[in-house]
Write a protein that binds this ligand. Structure first.
Ligand SMILES: NC(=O)c1ccc[n+]([C@@H]2O[C@H](COP(=O)([O-])OP(=O)(O)OC[C@H]3O[C@@H](n4cnc5c(N)ncnc54)[C@H](OP(=O)(O)O)[C@@H]3O)[C@@H](O)[C@H]2O)c1
Length: 263
């Protein structure tokens, strides 16, 4: 099967392309770096020629409210229009668990707009809503800074390894379109404030995490269970500690500590 991965150089996209190729598919890693741009349309018609499925794992370079909305609306409209013209039989997109309850956030309003454009188009589709990636746990601290401290609510979440996300997306991409949404998540629940605090300590990152029930998640106030997937979610196997042990060498702070450069 020819499967075009838009955003094929990103965290999920690059893993997805490898997995699809391992299973004998012709996976095209499409992104501006390879001359395919879902905003300008450059290279799209050529890349989609003969494709059975398109997988959209792009992300916006800017998360500012207006910019992120413009990105997902323009990119999704182009991918659906060029996909329909090329006879693509399955449009797969990666979204986020709880998106419809996070609309106070500009980022999630943009993801909702992306989902709605897909649902309203004539191209058969599957939307995959994933929980937060383990690789994004440090990023959660970065987007939750207030007055020099990380402010996070004690809400539950069920994060997952990017590798498990890519495996789940690969399975969907080679299957039949569901014209619906599936949820994927990790094997364990954590409280966001606690896992971020633990992870910053693992990374020797000195930032303090303040537990604040009213702290916003990406600009939206959340309740205890907003970020949890439903009972039917497909769950990845990788546990956070296993992922961290396997990926520790990739964290610059830990590599420096192991080499005795820092204490
Ligand atoms: N972070 C999380 O915890 C989480 C959880 C659930 C779902 N998601 C969703 O997962 C998706 C993928 O996330 P990710 O972390 O893998 O993203 P990422 O690593 O930031 O990669 C983004 C990709 O988008 C490409 N891209 C940017 N502008 C483009 C354009 N104009 N045309 C074509 N491609 C373009 C980039 O290409 P270049 O490399 O060429 O710039 C890159 O390949 C996102 O939609 C996100 O909302 C994220």
């Amino acid at each position: 099967m020819k499967i075009v991965v838009i955003g094929g150089t990103g965290l999920i996209g690059s893993k997805l392309v490898v997995k699809l190729r391992e299973h004998g598919h012709e996976a095209v890693a499409a992104s501006p770096k390879s001359g395919v741009n879902s905003i300008t349309g450059e290279g799209l018609a050529e890349a989609l020629k003969g494709a059975a499925a398109v997988v959209d794992v792009t992300n916006s370079p800017s998360w500012e409210d207006a910019a992120v909305m413009k990105f997902f609306e323009t990119s999704t409209r182009n991918l659906l229009a060029y996909g329909a013209a090329a006879g693509v039989k399955h449009h797969v997109a990666l979204s986020v668990v709880g998106t419809d309850h996070l609309l106070a956030s500009g980022f999630f309003r943009a993801k909702m707009a992306q989902e709605n454009l897909i649902k309203d188009s004539s191209v058969p589709y599957t939307i995959i809503r994933a929980t937060q990636f383990f690789e994004f746990v440090k990023g959660l601290a970065d987007i939750s800074m207030e007055g020099g401290k990380v402010h996070l609510p004690p809400a539950l979440f069920q994060p997952m390894a990017a590798d498990d996300v890519a495996s789940a997306v690969a399975r969907v991409a080679v299957g039949q379109p569901l014209n619906g949404t599936v949820e994927i998540g990790g094997p364990e629940q954590f409280r966001i404030d606690e896992l971020v605090r633990q992870h910053l300590a693992q990374l020797n990152d000195p930032r303090e995490v303040t537990t604040d029930p009213h702290a916003r998640y990406s600009g939206a106030e959340i309740s205890e269970r907003t970020l949890l997937p439903g009972e039917d979610a497909r769950l990845g196997e990788t546990r956070f500690e296993t992922w961290f042990a396997q990926s520790a060498g990739q964290h610059p702070q830990i590599a420096k500590k192991a080499a005795g450069v820092i204490n």
